[in-house]
Design a protein around this ligand. Structure first.
Ligand code: GDP
Ligand code: IMO
Ligand code: MG
Length: 422
């Protein structure tokens, strides 16, 4: 801190929510800067267990302002359901704000997401969360999108919808989906305006003044760099940039204002959805990682693909994000293995690659592994570095070397206090 970007270093689900909840205890402002309700950020604390989709994971500290930032896409129905769940659990949601520049996910975006996915050829499925993320960002990029601020202004909204609806109806008709009307969408938006209109703000002064005042600001990323629109495994990516650079753009913070970039690194690899995944395990070891790590999607419940730690991906993530430190999560899941493998390079013919190549090449690489001894000791009660067995220390140290930055946190369980601070 003061301004720390917390970003996923792998394929998502690294434990970002868990770490933001921990750091949020001392944060003044937490901004979700991209993505939408495709996120599933699990937080376990005194209030209970939550899978947050849109609400920033700093919400459990009533003194923390939480902003759904300009770079996000917002499904108001999901947001309202999530706010109700939090409220019922006794969480104060009065400090939750939505940037008026964020884009709105409308029901047909979800329908199109599903239809586009079904139309993809075998092997080309992205495996999207079907939350309408891609279609909403596509409308944003083609300058047809509806923004949160438009919802506040019925006359403006109607004009924007009158321009958007005809081309969308042509797309819907192409997929055999029923047409939508401007009036129905106006009614839907009016309900959202009544429900959350007072929480819509211009996030710029809020973020700018917090940064200028030296307040502790967290930029909470969604997903991980391997599914970044530009640098991930395109086309098996999401439609935004989950990097620290994406954090600058999506939250409205200049690059030089970011003090720390904390990469969240799971102690092994998982991926949900399509695309290359060089260290994927198809055997009982992969099944064991899935079972012990409870690797099922927090948003969709899908089983996650599991594999050994990929040090090439981490080096790539470190470069693209400019990590100043990492948090290694789920170390305790590895307590039950005799030996562990770490990928340190990709073999491509007679070449060894030390970076993640473009998708078509990545599909052909073979991982090069080091083998490390396991520790077969319960680490879930470790609260200091010295509580860890030597083999675990060596494994974590090696991860830090591959990331090229200090390990700042080691998480040894999903609960707030199951953490080692270095
Ligand atoms: P996110 O999307 O990056 O926030 O991560 P997810 O919440 O999708 O996935 C991480 C999962 O691992 C959740 O079920 C967490 O409760 C859990 N988790 C986080 N840290 C740890 C840890 O150190 N140990 C264990 N065993 N589980 C963890
Ligand atoms: P968190 O924030 C893991 C994956 C999907 C799909 C691709 C595109 O919890 O880490 P999208 O719905 O964004 O168009 O899907 O990205 N994906 C995620 N995988 N964790 C997530 O979020 C994800 N959000 C999207 O599986 O392959
Ligand atoms: Mg997740």
């Amino acid at each position: 801190m003061p301004v720390t970007a917390v970003v996923g270093a792998q394929w998502g689900d690294e434990g970002k929510g868990r770490i933001v909840d921990y750091l949020g205890q001392r944060a003044d402002l937490v901004v979700r800067f991209q993505g939408g309700d495709n996120a599933g950020h699990t937080v376990i604390n005194d209030y209970g267990k939550f899978a947050l989709h849109l609400v920033p994971s700093g919400i459990f500290n009533p003194a923390t302002r939480c902003l759904i930032g300009a770079g996000t896409v917002v499904n108001f129905d999901t947001l309202l359901a999530e706010m109700a769940t939090l409220h019922q659990a006794g969480v104060d949601v009065s400090n939750l704000w939505i940037d008026r520049r964020a884009h709105v996910i409308l029901p047909f975006h979800r329908q199109l997401d599903g239809a586009e996915e079904d139309a993809r050829k075998d092997g080309w499925e992205v495996g999207t969360t079907k939350r309408g993320i891609g279609p909403a960002y596509a409308d944003k990029a083609s300058r047809q999108g509806i923004r949160v601020g438009d919802v506040l202004d019925p006359a403006r909204l109607r004009t924007r919808l009158e321009m958007l609806v005809p081309p969308k109806n042509r797309e819907l008709a192409f997929y055999g989906i029923a047409e939508v009307t401007v009036d129905a969408l106006m009614t839907l938006c009016a309900g959202w305006r009544d429900a959350v209109g007072t929480r819509v703000v211009d996030g710029l002064p809020l973020v700018r003044d917090a940064v200028r005042s030296g307040h502790r600001v967290l930029l909470e990323g969604q997903l991980g760099v391997m599914r970044d629109l530009d640098w991930g495994i395109y086309p098996f990516t999401t439609s935004s940039s989950p990097t620290a650079g994406g954090g600058c753009v999506g939250a409205g913070v200049p690059p030089r204002a970011i003090d720390e970039v904390l990469g969240i690194v799971k102690a092994y690899s998982t991926s949900v959805g399509g695309g290359p995944f060089p260290t994927e395990l198809f055997d009982e070891v992969g099944e064991k990682l899935r079972r012990i790590g409870e690797e099922y999607g927090a948003t969709t419940g899908r089983p996650r693909r599991c594999g050994w730690f990929d040090g090439v991906a981490i080096g790539y993530a470190g470069w693209l994000n400019g990590f100043t430190g990492i948090a290694v999560t789920k170390l305790d899941v590895l307590d039950h293995f005799d030996a562990l493998k770490l990928c340190t390079g990709y073999r491509m013919g007679d070449q060894v690659l030390d970076y993640v190549p473009d998708t078509a090449i990545q599909e052909q690489v073979e991982p090069i592994y080091e083998t490390w001894a396991g520790w077969r000791t319960d680490t879930s009660r470790a609260r200091s570095w010295d509580d860890l067995p030597d083999a675990a220390k060596r494994y974590v140290t090696r991860i830090g070397e591959l990331a090229g930055v200090p390990v700042r946190f080691v998480s040894v369980g999903p609960e707030r206090d199951q953490i080692i601070v270095l």
